[in-house]
Design a protein around this ligand. Structure first.
Ligand code: F6P
Length: 319
């Protein structure tokens, strides 16, 4: 294989740059020309691309986001968009493509594979909702961002004897909420994977304040309810001041953690190795600290296993 393309698609996350750097350096070491498409599938359809030499990827390992930029592209969901991308890849002499992104982006990768183009996917989404990988890129950094914010909020919450509802991202997944609630010592994690009874929570919160505790942290997964409505119900029921903090896109940025830098470096190199071996239509992932591959078809059809052990742990810890 003489030329490999790489793109980042969907919501960005920390670790994307580190994965691009690793893939580029692995490709160059094997005398493969590397090109990066800008803004995900948008750049593939235009085409909008840059040549990636070793210098182009220096100084990016520690930076959050993606220097190739990212986008969500409804046009690429159409067969016309996919055919346009395919024609551009052929004209440019690109023989393989590495795609970083979440479930929507990997569905796009499968579409290209089904049209006969060699593709390898890398799971990258803070939601950690992609099946066949224990962790996706960006999850660990997002969790660390959340923990930092919750610790700060806890300080001010206790100074004012307030309850806080802190909304975290995750789309339909409660992974970020349950893990951060465990790691930050929150009182509750409200997640889509587990039913909750708000009136029972309010009773427990009231008892908590009566016992003399000076704060309560409720971490809400964005897919589990409306933060302001929940905060209003809590305030009315317990009679204590309640505030809402929506952490939003803060969670997605920042320097990647060691875990994300290492995972990104492993996945980037492995993606190139697979293409050079003639493998295609696969996603590289992490299982029991080993790099594994799964067909993109299984990834797209599959469902992420609920994080049952963590949910049980949360219960035992009274969350
Ligand atoms: O999928 C990643 C994610 O950050 C979700 O957690 C969130 O719901 C969504 O993307 C936000 O999308 P956007 O950046 O387009 O607002």
């Amino acid at each position: 294989m003489r030329k490999i393309g790489i793109l980042t698609s969907g919501g960005d996350c920390s670790g994307m740059n580190a994965a691009i750097r690793s893939a580029v350096r692995s490709g160059l070491r094997n005398n493969v020309e590397m090109v990066g498409f800008r803004k995900g599938y948008v750049g593939l359809m235009k085409p909008d691309y840059i040549t990636l030499d070793s210098k182009a990827v220096s100084g990016i390992l520690h930076r959050g986001g993606t220097f190739l930029q990212s986008a969500r592209s409804p046009e690429f969901r159409t067969i016309e968009g996919q055919q346009q991308a395919l024609a551009n890849l052929k004209n440019l002499g690109v023989e393989g493509l590495i795609i970083l992104g979440g479930d929507g982006s990997l569905t796009g990768a499968l579409a290209l594979h089904n049209l006969g183009f060699p593709v390898i996917g890398i799971p990258a989404s803070i939601d950690n909702d992609i099946p066949f990988t224990d962790m996706a890129l960006g999850v660990d950094t997002a969790l660390n961002n959340i923990i930092y914010a919750v610790d700060c909020i806890k300080d001010t919450a206790s100074s004012h004897a307030r309850a806080f509802v802190i909304e975290v991202m995750g789309r339909n997944s409660g992974y970020l909420a349950s893990i951060s609630a465990i790691a930050a010592g929150a009182e509750y994690a409200l997640v889509p994977e587990r039913d909750f009874d708000l009136s029972e929570i309010c009773q427990q919160l009231r008892a908590r304040y009566e016992e003399g505790r000076d704060n309560a942290i409720i971490i809400l997964a964005e897919g589990a309810g409306n933060a302001h409505q929940i905060a209003d119900s809590i305030k009315d029921a317990i009679g204590f001041e309640t505030r809402v903090t929506v952490l939003g896109h803060y969670q997605r940025g920042g320097a990647p953690t060691v875990f994300d830098r290492l995972l990104a470096s492993r996945l980037g190199k492995n993606a190139v190795d697979l293409l050079l071996k003639g493998e295609k239509g696969l996603m590289v992932g992490l299982s029991n600290n080993s790099i594994i591959t799964t067909s993109l078809e299984d990834v797209v059809k599959g469902e992420k296993k609920p994080h049952d052990e963590m949910l049980r742990l949360a219960e035992v810890l009274g969350i």
